[in-house]
Write a protein that binds this ligand. Structure first.
Ligand SMILES: *Cc1c(COP(=O)(O)O)cnc(C)c1O
Length: 388
């Protein structure tokens, strides 16, 4: 048994993986530089929550750090702890804030909690009394109604002379609800509200724009922008041509190619009936891998609203999904690919340069963010860096 295992030691698991992801770190850092350029005089942070949108927080975080990013946003303290060795002297903001029992992570790894409620604020004051000085950020709600201190509480806090000297916010932030829709009146309203709060905190850096907000123009940039999805190549603004480079390519291996005659049905629920003699490629990725079932060509409610199901890319052409996506397997119709150009062992691109992640999202009834962060643990990942 040992010999058997040893003899495979030299093989690269990437070459035989059922599902493999290629992350282009050069495209990632170019995208960050592009967002930094578009942020004008503001500094650009890098949002690396959810394992850097599924690309791997260690490698993505280090590449962004080496490209010059010095402000990072993560969702949880654990993500901050993971990132710290790769971004040694960077500021790491934790969006979900601090919770009893997590103090040591903040102080030991120099993480900055984003305080977003009166309860967290009270807890933070108590922590400062026990542990000593430490920076924090304040999240103020300007209309999202997700997290954040109310405007009134935030302004009262700014004017409160009795607050302890160890309470030292280094950033005032808020988040846009409709940044992806540039025609929305809400953007202006939130901008006006945020200006009021940031004026109350004169001398402290402020931040309003995520990716979409950067494209709203310099009024929205303040001192720090917080791009996430654009770094990973996704669309931030509805109806705008996406200027970012694709970063992630997902490919699934073909396990079997089968020939099926016209009139037969494919996959669960007989959701697709073939109208011609067909060749079908069965690949090693399904909804358990985050390849969302709602992309199925038929037999899912979404097809009544968005007629077109998902597509893959193989041998220079797009190939449609055939029938329902299953837990571990997806079937593609490869009838239009020359017979000698498709074989078991080949890989079908699920998304990447030829099938954009946002097109996958549209046929799944969701957004690129969900596609990127849904590709779970059952894959091999490789990183690419372009030669200078
Ligand atoms: C996720 C998040 C971001 C990044 O948003 P993108 O749309 O991915 O650029 C910025 N700020 C906050 C508060 C977030 O939660």
């Amino acid at each position: 048994m040992t010999d058997f295992v040893d003899s495979f030691e030299d093989e690269d698991p990437f070459d035989s993986a059922g599902l493999r992801l290629t992350v282009d770190l050069t495209a990632l850092t170019e995208n960050w530089k592009e967002m930094a350029r578009r942020s004008g005089r503001a500094r650009a942070a890098a949002v690396v929550k959810a394992d850097a949108y599924g690309t791997g927080i260690e490698d993505a975080g280090e590449a962004l750090y080496l490209a010059g990013a010095r402000d990072f946003f993560v969702a949880t303290a654990d993500e901050g702890v993971t990132l710290r060795p790769y971004a040694p002297d960077a500021r790491i903001f934790v969006l979900s804030g601090i919770w009893p029992g997590t103090e040591r992570k903040f102080f030991g790894y120099d993480l900055v909690p984003v305080i977003s409620s009166e309860e967290q604020l009270a807890f933070w004051m108590a922590v400062l009394a026990d542990y000593g000085d430490h920076p924090c950020a304040l999240h103020i709600d300007t209309g999202f109604n997700r997290l954040g201190l109310s405007m009134d509480d935030a302004i009262a806090l700014a004017d409160d002379v009795s607050r302890p000297a160890s309470f030292a916010p280094v950033l005032i932030m808020s988040h846009l609800t409709c940044g992806d829709d540039h025609s929305s009146e809400m953007n202006r309203q939130q901008l006006e509200s945020f200006r009021q709060v940031s004026a109350a905190y004169e001398g402290i850096a402020s931040s309003l724009a995520a990716s979409a907000g950067v494209f709203l123009g310099s009024d929205y940039h303040f001192d720090l922008t917080r791009p996430g999805i654009t770094l990973y190549g996704g669309e931030a603004v509805q109806g705008m041509k996406n200027p970012m480079r694709p970063v992630v390519t997902a490919e699934a291996r073909i396990i079997q190619v089968r020939t099926v005659t016209a009139g037969q049905f494919v996959s669960y629920g007989r959701a697709l009936q073939l109208t011609r003699d067909s060749r079908l490629a069965v690949v090693s990725a399904g909804y358990a891998d985050g390849y969302l079932r709602s992309q199925s060509s038929g037999g899912v409610p979404l097809r009544q609203v968005v007629p077109q199901g998902g597509q893959g890319f193989l041998a220079g052409r797009k190939v449609p999904i055939a029938g329902r996506i299953t837990m571990d397997l997806t079937i593609f119709d490869v009838t239009d690919i020359p017979e000698n150009a498709v074989r078991a062992g080949d890989y079908v691109e699920l998304f990447g340069k030829n099938v954009l992640v946002d097109d996958v999202a549209r046929s799944a009834g969701t957004i690129g963010y969900e596609i990127l962060t849904s590709i779970g643990l059952r894959h091999e990942r490789r990183y690419l860096v372009e030669e200078e």
